[in-house]
Design a protein around this ligand. Sequence first.
Ligand code: AKB
Length: 319
Amino acid sequence: MKKILVTGALGQIGSELVVKMREIYGAENVVATDIRPHETDEYQPGPYEIVDVTDAKGMFEVAKKYQVDAIIHLAALLSATAEAKPLLAWNLNMGGLVNALEVARELRCQLFSPSSIGAFGPSTPKERTPQDTIQRPTTMYGVNKVAGELLCDYYYHKFGVDTRGVRFPGLISYVTPPGGGTTDYAVEIYYEAIRRGRYTSYIAEGTYLDMMYMPDALQAVISLMEADSSKLIHRNAFNVTAMSVAPEDIAAAIKRHIPEFELDFDVDPVRQEIAESWPDSLDTSAAKAEWGFQATYDLEKMTADMLAKLRSKMLEKVN
Ligand code: AKB
């Protein structure tokens, strides 16, 4: 990767990935794009363009203008929003992806597209979910993700587009909050622990889901994009994760820093049903073997860092 275009750059992953990539590849070589203008304090120097990913021509023109050789396609609706607006999700998630793939085909770019644990469904083995297994998701988001995985494989085999991707678990970060996901509770719980010393989880006790801290997610994107192409057997949709946790596990980790922290539950049936249809824990051996994936944050290390970073972020806002 030398010149990179990022779609959805103002989102949870994009806002941090752009910063990290600008450090590595140079600010002028990472073109951040999103559907809306950025606030002045939202971005440091570097090219920024408005791109609606459903507008194929607009995306193509920006990619051509900067002569990019890699596209990181992040613009998408997350699972809970997609379930509330299934047609919009289909149009944005699939329309955006096919446009990005076409731009990559025409301009001979590498393309990264994230899949998700949402690509699995209730009939998938729940524990140590294999890389290659049953995928019959019951959500619109999951349908989009499976179709996206297949479409990326198709563009590689049919047109030779260098497509790559991972199946992200819930991502936890202190910079930009996620929006409209099923795993958002795992971020909210940290904010509320500091703000109020308590949190009401919309996901039920005992519901295990895979999670990963954002620095590991960003490193995964870069490592996979820089990996030797000849070593990639799967290319798209590698299982990646760092921990399998239930809400009470996160609460227990927070309590070790904030002993008075309290967790209770008010379960949202829609998001609970989605969570129950997803795996408890993924097997990441293909990602480890093919491109050296390694997560560095476990629950304890992540919790210590999240709480420290969030505290100073909130203090900065007050001052
Ligand atoms: C969501 O909850 O929708 C996402 C995901 C796991 O893909 N965080």
